[in-house]
Design a protein around this ligand. Structure first.
Ligand code: HEM
Length: 255
């Protein structure tokens, strides 16, 4: 029992928590990026995807709780490891640049903090509609397939990135995120015991490869909006005919 407690308090356990939660977050990032790329397929596809997620009901909440726990434990383990490092080495080295260190590895704390601020800002923007509420509540979308009126996620994202300051803030945050992922992924595999030099040769390339994929996949959306490849969807007539505020009449056009 005491050896289990000892293990739970050990640096090795904290590093394993950091590695597993980091890989879970990367799993979410891959799924979220693939979903977001539906912006290129037009409003019908991305709005149906967003509706599909909402309709998952309890399963969606299960994933949300798992992600909140993963983010929370990831932040806890980073604080824990940083403070243990400091205690173990109260006097810092004169020069911090080790031969093998990279820009990404030296800036993990800064890029991690940037991601934390970004996620809070992003949730306030697209999930809660507190930043740019006019675009969040800018009207519904009538599904061509079912006639159902749903949240116009497509136009909300386009309107968001049509603001150059918002687009730029996303671009900067996404560069930080990719830099973090680049170092973190390889480091997570090392923590989880990938010691065989042949496998290590491959895993050390997964981080930079994922970082590149995230840069291209995520950045393509704000840049796509800025250069006009992704455009606001045309207004739909009678989009709110199902609400009592907008009866179904020929001249009714609610947005
Ligand atoms: C161009 C980049 C991105 C775009 C266009 C984007 C778009 C969106 C949209 C539209 C939503 C709301 C979905 C809805 O309510 O139907 C959302 C939610 C979310 N995004 Fe992003 N996102 C981007 C990047 C990121 C990144 C890099 C992260 C993490 C570091 C992230 C984390 C989240 C989280 C945690 C949610 C909440 C999910 C939920 O409500 O269950 N997003 N995103």
């Amino acid at each position: 029992m005491s050896s289990l407690l000892q293990f739970l308090r050990s640096t090795v356990f904290t590093k394993i928590v950091m590695a597993i939660t980091g890989l879970l977050i990367i799993g979410f990032l891959i799924g979220h990026m693939l979903g977001n790329l539906l912006m290129f397929a037009g409003p019908e596809k991305i709005n149906a995807y967003a509706l599909g997620l909402k309709n998952l009901g309890p399963l969606l909440w299960l994933v949300r709780f798992a992600m909140i726990a993963a983010f929370g434990l990831h932040i806890w383990s980073s604080i824990e490891l940083a403070s243990r490092n400091k205690l173990a080495r109260p006097v810092q080295y004169d020069t911090k640049k080790s031969l093998k260190s990279t820009f990404a590895s030296r800036t993990m704390l800064v890029s991690g903090l940037a991601i934390l601020f970004f996620v809070i800002y992003h949730l306030l923007h697209y999930t809660f509609g507190i930043i740019q509420p006019n675009t969040y509540y800018a009207g519904g979308y009538r599904m061509e397939s079912t006639g159902e009126i749903v949240h116009h996620v497509y136009n909300m994202v386009v309107a968001g990135f049509q603001n150059p300051f918002i687009a730029l803030s996303y671009i900067i945050a996404l560069i930080f995120m990719s830099s973090h992922v680049s170092h973190a992924t390889s480091s997570a595999f090392q923590t989880l015991g990938v010691m065989n030099p042949n496998i290590k040769k491959i895993t050390s390339k997964i981080g930079p490869a994922l970082a590149g994929l995230f840069l291209v996949g995520y950045l393509s959306i704000p840049i796509g909006v800025m250069i006009g490849v992704i455009k606001k969807a045309p207004d739909q007539k009678h989009v709110s005919t199902m609400t009592k505020d907008c009866p179904d009449t020929a001249d009714c056009k609610c947005e």
